[in-house]
Design a protein around this ligand. Structure first.
Ligand code: ADP
Length: 400
C-alpha cells in the first residue's frame, strides 16, 4: 500500500511517500516559500540525489500538484500513475478535546476541524488547506488525520487544568493540550521494543528537543503530563520560544513597550528562547560553537536550556512516583552529546547515570546509560511520518 504523508505548514509542505507494506520510503521532499517569491520543490531521491524545481507556487494546491507531478515524473518519479497512491495521511496540529486518536477524514471531521481553527490559528488552517487540496486532486482516495495533541488526551484533569476560573475552561476550552504527541508516542513505543518491556507499570519520560521542544510523562503506557500547554509556547526554553514565563512579566513588557497582544505573541514565539538569550541564533549547533569559543551569553543559554529540561525531568519523576526510562529525541536530543550530558549531570539521585562513551553518539538508537544504572537512558531518532503512515494504513484497512 502506497501512502502519501503530508505536513502542510503556513508556507511549506513536507511530504513522504511510503510503500508501507514493505516499509520503504519511496520519495520525500519539501515545498518551500508557498505564496512567496522564490518558491520551490526540493526532493531527496532514494539514491541521495537532491532535485530542486523552482516555480510559481502560489498556494497549497499548486504545491501539492508539484509534488504529485514529481512523483510520476519520468526522470525523477517513483510511480507510473498517481492512481498508485492508495491513501493520504495528514499531520494536523490541533485535535482539541474532540480527537483522542487518528481519524478517517469525512465531511463531519472537516467541519469539526474548521470550527477548531481558533485553537491553533497558526497551524490548523494550513493543515486544512492540504486536506482541501487532496480532496480536489485525488478525489475518492481516503485521507486520515493524525493529531499532535491526540496522544496527550489521556492526561488526567489535574494535569491539564490551569488555575484560572473554571468558567473559562468551560467557555473556551482553555487547558493544557500538549503537542509533539506523534513523536512522544513513537519514541516511547520504540523504547519498549528496544528494552523488551511492557509499558504497564513503567514510568517513562520522553524529551523531544528540536526547534520546538517538549517533555512528556508516560505512565502505564499513556501520557499523564506534558510541558507544552494551550499553545506550544509553554514549558521548555526553545529555539525562539520563551517556555514558562510569568504572566506578570508579559503584562509589564506590554505596558512598558506599549505593544499589543499580537506583538507580544510574536515576541514570545519568534524572538525569544535561545535566540533571545544568546543574541546569536536559535540553532543549537551555532550556539554550542559560540560557547566553545567563549561567548558568555551562549554559555548562559546552554545552562538555562539544560536546567529547564532537568527541572521537568525531576518534576515528572515526582509526578509519576519514579522513573524507569528517559528518552532523548528531536534534532538536539538525538545529536547533542554535550547537551544530554549537561541535562543528566547530578541526576544520579534519580538513578540516571550516563556512560560517556555510549553517549558519544548521534542520530542512532542507543542505550547511553551505565550498565548498572537504575534508569535506562535512550537516544531514539523520531519518525513522525512513519507513525502517520502506519495510522493511515490501519484506518484505511478497516474501512467498510
Ligand atoms: P524541528 O523541530 O524543526 O523538526 P529538529 O528536530 O530538526 O527541528 O531540531 C533542530 C535543532 O537540532 C537545531 O537547534 C539544531 O541545531 C539541532 N541539532 C541538529 N544537529 C545537531 C548536532 N549535531 N549538535 C547539536 N545540535 C544539533
Amino acid at each position: 500500500m502506497n501512502i502519501l504523508v503530508l505536513n502542510s505548514g503556513s508556507s511549506s509542505i513536507k511530504y513522504e511517500l511510503f510503500d508501507i507494506t514493505n516499509h520503504i520510503v519511496l520519495s520525500k521532499g519539501i515545498v518551500e516559500k508557498v505564496g512567496m517569491k522564490g518558491s520551490f520543490l526540493k526532493v531527496e531521491k532514494q539514491n541521495g540525489e537532491v532535485v530542486k524545481l523552482v516555480g510559481e507556487i502560489l498556494d497549497h494546491k499548486i504545491g501539492i500538484e508539484y509534488i504529485l507531478g514529481m512523483l510520476v515524473s519520468e526522470k525523477h518519479g517513483v510511480l507510473t500513475s498517481i492512481n498508485q497512491i492508495n491513501a493520504v495521511g495528514h499531520r494536523v496540529v490541533h485535535g482539541g478535546e474532540e480527537f483522542c486518536g487518528s481519524v478517517y477524514i469525512n465531511d463531519e471531521v472537516i467541519k469539526t476541524l474548521e470550527k477548531m481553527t481558533e485553537l491553533a490559528p497558526l497551524h490548523n488552517p494550513a493543515n486544512l488547506k492540504g486536506i482541501y487540496a487532496m480532496n480536489t486532486l485525488l478525489p475518492g482516495v481516503p485521507q486520515v488525520a493524525v493529531f499532535d495533541t491526540a496522544f496527550h488526551q489521556t492526561m488526567p484533569k489535574k494535569s491539564y487544568m490551569y488555575g484560572i476560573p473554571y468558567a473559562l475552561y468551560k467557555k473556551y476550552k482553555i487547558r493544557r493540550y500538549g503537542f509533539h504527541g506523534t513523536s512522544h508516542r513513537y519514541v516511547f513505543s520504540r523504547a519498549c521494543e528496544m528494552l523488551n518491556i511492557n509499558p504497564i507499570d513503567k514510568k517513562i519520560i520522553s524529551c523531544h528537543l528540536g526547534n520546538g521542544a517538549s517533555v512528556a510523562a508516560i505512565k502505564n503506557g499513556v501520557s499523564v503530563d506534558t510541558s507544552m500547554g494551550f499553545t506550544p509556547v509553554e514549558g521548555l526554553i526553545m529555539g525562539t520560544r520563551t517556555g514558562d514565563l510569568d504572566i506578570g512579566a508579559v503584562n509589564y513588557i506590554m505596558n512598558k513597550e506599549e505593544i499589543s497582544g499580537d506583538t507580544i505573541s510574536t515576541l514570545v514565539n519568534k524572538f525569544s528562547g535561545m535566540l533571545g538569550i544568546t543574541g546569536i541564533s536559535s540553532d543549537m549547533r551555532e550556539i554550542e560553537t559560540a560557547a566553545n569559543e567563549g561567548h558568555e551569553r551562549a554559555k548562559l543559554g546552554l545552562d538555562m536550556y539544560a536546567y529547564r529540561v532537568k527541572k521537568y525531568i525531576g518534576s515528572y519523576a515526582a509526578a509519576m512516583g519514579g522513573l524507569d526510562v528517559l528518552i532523548f529525541t528531536g534534532g538536539i536530543g538525538e545529536n547533542s552529546v554535550s547537551m544530554r550530558k549537561l541535562i543528566c549531570e547530578e541526576l544520579e539521585f534519580l538513578g540516571i547515570s550516563l556512560d560517556d562513551s555510549n553517549n558519544n553518539v548521534r542520530g542512532k538508537e542507543t542505550d547511553i546509560s551505565k550498565a548498572d544504572a537504575r534508569v535506562r537512558v535512550l537516544v531514539i531518532p523520531t519518525d513522525e511520518e512513519l507513525v502517520i503512515a502506519q495510522d493511515t494504513e490501519e484506518i484505511v484497512k478497516n474501512l467498510n
